[in-house]
Design a protein around this ligand. Structure first.
Ligand code: GAL
Length: 639
């Protein structure tokens, strides 16, 4: 407690994975130790994010009720152990989870330290047990009006896979039916829904007792198995665990923060976990260099985080995380680099107080990400194995991020009416309501940008009879063939205006303009001189199709031009490696200036502008000098 106070630690997440310590047998509950922990934290002036322990069931439960155990992708039941090893559809698991959540809410609901509930931990994975198989069939019956409808949607006559009875439908086992794309896709949806159901059961039990205490569960960025956008309405405050590679491009980290801010349409989120120093589960676990913890914490705040938290407080002496970074190491000492950095940051955040809390980010540009689309892309066999959906979305995002303009991450069901530019890379699956929104955007003068492999399938993964399907009218093109290129093989994007050429690769859609203007053509191969970049006028705006995967230099030029057309300027002109991000409240405009480089950098502030720098309290103007990995928060009163 003394070290927590010294480091300005305000909030502690408590109770994650503590199930057996709270319930050592089916009928025994032992809350006393947790009483002490909460009381001590409260006495020390700390607040608590109290977790339900349901991410790892006790051994007695797995032993007495084996149906709580998860099964692998062949349907074989796992042995007890590890964590997140429960079946999300097991009635016993659900019953016990609701019971312990209820007991925690009853016991601690009015504890003065409690400020937020944390349900379970990092829901995830996939279970293919018999209980799930049965629940899946029930889920399918609700989704499809009849077996005939399902057979049609899933295209099952292919290879004689038509189902003649619901009971024949199985999960997409690795040693079973794993090649029916629509089945795989629906199973992903079903498992995401099943875990969400577990979350909701615990949430509802808690909410009934503590209706005024917000509830969260920690997410994992672009985690492949859960459709977090579908989860978001059920969660009061988004929280997520940020574990980038030490060498990660900060633009990719920014993307993940923006994604979390987008989940609830701009609502600030909690940075629930980050390591203060190193992870332990990557092949090489480099330390965050001095200053990087502070820099990356402000990176989160700059993109919408209203908390900065860590995993973990102190290293445990055993178990597989004994080498995971912690604020306090095995030695228990506070005269360490990490403790000093955490303390400095804690003091700064304390001095900022509520200044940044609740601030939002106004963005005129949006990048669209969609889990269902990702699942459809990844389950497709062909035209190339490594589809790289997430990497492609990030690549487009980074090109915008490098220009220091605010970007929102949106989803297929987001309201797009406030954006000037919407970028949807690899929009392979087009959900029913989306084309009308995109058409409206362009009609009123907005720009829509999409790429190769878009407009290919509907929501049940059936190919449209002609691509880009329902986007054809908007884009003014049709796709005749898709070429896949070997690694290292490239083609060129040759600009029609003579401004130059760029390399491209991976996938090359061979397209025809049907109304669209051809802005660039391929440079070689049998489809040389055919369109690779098109722009279609539609109402007052334009819809762009980038038919291949371009080098970053192309995206830099392309987005620079597009932003200029829309009069969208950088928040500040800054050298490469310096990021500028914006959050604002009714009172203030806050510019976060982040030096991602290990060297001093200078930013020229706009002529005649004066800002209050919040971390030092000084007034700044003219040239801003940022030491290696340094951060400044420039505040101006709203006009
Ligand atoms: C998170 C998890 C923590 C801890 C951490 C290690 O995914 O929630 O419990 O395992 O990773 O990086």
């Amino acid at each position: 407690m003394a070290l927590m106070q010294a480091s300005h630690y305000t909030i502690a997440t408590v109770g994650v994975f503590s199930w057996v310590s709270l319930q050592p047998s089916e009928d025994t509950f032992t809350f006393e130790w947790l009483d002490t922990v909460l009381d001590q934290l409260h006495a020390a002036g700390r607040i608590v994010c109290l977790a339900t322990p349901t991410a790892a069931q006790p051994a007695w439960m797995s032993q007495a009720y084996p149906d709580v155990l998860r099964s692998d992708r062949t349907g074989r039941r796992n042995h007890h152990g590890q964590r997140v090893n429960y079946c999300p559809n097991s009635p016993n698991y659900r019953r016990f989870a609701v019971q312990i959540a209820t007991k925690l809410a009853e016991r601690y609901g009015s504890h003065p330290a409690l400020v937020i509930w944390h349900i379970s931990n990092e829901y995830g994975g996939i279970c293919m047990c018999e209980t799930c198989a049965e629940a899946f069939r029930t889920w399918l019956k609700k989704r499809y009006s009849s077996l005939d409808e399902l057979n049609q949607r899933w295209w099952t006559p292919f290879w004689s896979h038509t189902y003649t009875d619901w009971s024949q439908i199985e999960p997409p086992y690795d040693n079973g039916e794993r090649l029916t794309h629509a089945l795989t896709l629906d199973y992903q949806r079903f498992q995401s829904d099943s875990m969400l159901e577990c979350y909701k059961l615990e949430r509802d039990a808690i909410r009934a007792i503590t209706p005024d205490i917000p509830i969260t569960t920690n997410m994992m960025g672009t985690y492949p198995h859960l459709d977090y956008r579908a989860w978001a309405p059920e969660i009061d405050v988004i929280s997520w665990d940020c574990y980038p590679w030490p060498s990660a491009d900060p633009g990719d980290i920014a993307f993940l923060h923006d994604l979390n801010r987008g989940l609830k349409d701009g609502q600030p989120f909690m940075l629930m976990e980050q390591t203060p120093s190193s992870q332990n589960w990557q092949p090489v676990n480099a330390l965050k260099r001095p200053g990087v913890l502070r820099l990356w914490s402000y990176l989160a705040v700059a993109h919408g985080a209203d908390t900065v938290m860590y995993f973990q407080w102190r290293r445990g002496r055993g178990g597989c995380e004994k080498f995971h970074g912690a604020v306090v190491e095995h030695s228990g000492r506070s005269d360490t680099r990490v403790f000093r950095e955490v303390t400095q940051l804690g003091a700064e955040l304390a001095s900022l107080g509520a200044t940044t809390l609740g601030a939002t980010t106004p963005a005129r540009v949006a990048v669209l990400f969609d889990w269902n689309n990702w699942w459809a892309i990844d389950s497709a066999v062909g035209p190339i194995k490594q589809k790289e959906y997430v990497a492609t979305v990030r690549k487009h995002y980074r090109a915008l991020w490098r220009r220091n303009i605010p970007v929102d991450i949106v989803f297929s069901d987001s309201d797009l009416s406030n954006y000037d530019i919407v970028v949807a890379p690899m929009l392979h699956m087009v959900k029913a309501d989306l084309p009308a929104q995109l058409e409206a955007l362009v009609q009123r003068g907005g720009s829509f940008v999409t790429t190769y492999f878009s407009g290919v399938v509907d929501e049940t993964d059936r190919a449209f009879e002609g691509y880009p399907g329902p986007l054809s009218k908007l884009l003014g093109i049709w796709v005749e063939e898709i070429d896949a290129l070997y690694e290292g093989q490239t083609n060129q994007i040759v600009m029609a205006d003579g401004s130059g050429s760029y390399s491209c690769g991976r996938l090359c859609d061979i397209i025809h303009a049907e109304g669209a203007e051809v802005l660039a053509t391929y440079g070689q191969d049998f489809y040389a001189n055919t369109p690779v970049l098109t722009a279609n006028r539609y109402g007052a705006g334009r819809a762009y199709y980038i038919a291949s995967d371009p080098e970053e230099r192309f995206l830099d030029t392309f987005y620079a031009d597009l932003l200029k057309q829309h009069g969208i300027n950088a928040l500040l002109e800054a050298p490469a490696g310096v990021e500028v991000a914006l959050r604002e409240t009714d009172e203030r405009r806050l510019l976060f200036v982040l030096n991602h480089r290990a060297e001093l950098q200078r930013v020229q502030l706009p002529e005649g502008q004066h800002y209050t720098e919040l971390l030092s309290g000084s007034t700044v103007s003219g040239t801003l000098e940022l030491a290696a990995y340094d951060v400044r928060i420039l505040s101006q009163a709203q006009q």
